[in-house]
Design a protein around this ligand. Structure first.
Ligand code: GSH
Length: 214
């Protein structure tokens, strides 16, 4: 029996988990269950009461309920890729950049996206988010990827969130000063890897046939 991945196509945390799984695990390594957030399956809530996606249930019964844990698990199954994507010398930097993404940037992103639910203007929240965009752009001005000339876990973990930010106002993003960032994001959006993890699946129901992924 393969591992089970509870996922939601448009969630950036689930995207980063699917990216790592697709990159590192063999074909059909997981059974993907597409979740609708307002109608979460009981089997998900049973294994993970906080019931966020993604959640990976391993064959031995271990439950990984944080996207970064799932990414690291996927890497751990493939030592060569782990060495390349998460080199010891960059580990601290990689995780501290992801921490800013998941913290201040995600917070600004949610407010920028749904500004009408918050106190300040949309421009105010966009400017908050631009602090991170500017920092990423600066890195990408001198290197192809966030940590240097090779892709790392940081690229895979962060680009789904930049994509979401860009989608709030595509015209603004495309006309912005962050040219290196725009190029980097486009590189990911047209990649076979990204396209392969964005396949649409119907909502999973108890008793459905397995949906093998990748
Ligand atoms: N820290 C978690 C965050 C996951 C998360 O917040 N996912 C959102 C969807 S994008 C979710 O499941 N929210 C629960 C809900 O909306 O009920 C992770 O990295 O996996």
């Amino acid at each position: 029996m393969p591992a089970t991945l509870y996922s939601f196509r448009r969630c950036p945390y689930a995207m980063r988990a699917r990216l790592a799984i697709s990159y590192c695990l063999p074909k059909h390594a997981v059974d993907l269950r597409e979740v609708v957030l307002r109608d979460k399956p009981a089997s998900l809530i049973n294994i993970s009461p906080k019931a966020t996606v993604p959640v990976l249930l391993l064959e031995g019964g271990q439950v990984l309920e944080e996207s970064l844990d799932i990414m690291q698990y996927a890497l751990s199954t493939h030592p060569d890729l782990e060495k390349a994507l998460l080199p010891e010398s960059l580990k601290v930097d990689i995780f501290s950049l992801i921490k800013v993404n998941d913290g201040d940037f995600k917070c600004a992103l949610d407010r920028y996206k749904y500004a009408d639910r918050y106190e300040q203007s949309q421009t105010y929240y966009r400017e908050k988010g631009e602090v991170f965009l500017g920092a990423l752009n600066e890195r990408l001005n001198s290197h192809r990827y966030l940590m240097g000339d090779e892709m790392t876990l940081a690229d895979l973990a962060i680009f789904p969130f930049v994509r979401q930010f860009a989608h709030v106002d595509k015209l603004w993003f495309e006309a912005s000063q962050y040219t290196a960032l725009i190029q980097w994001l486009n590189h990911w959006l047209v990649s076979d890897l990204f396209i392969s993890i964005m396949t649409k699946y119907p909502q999973w129901q108890e008793g459905d046939e397995p949906v093998y992924f990748p």
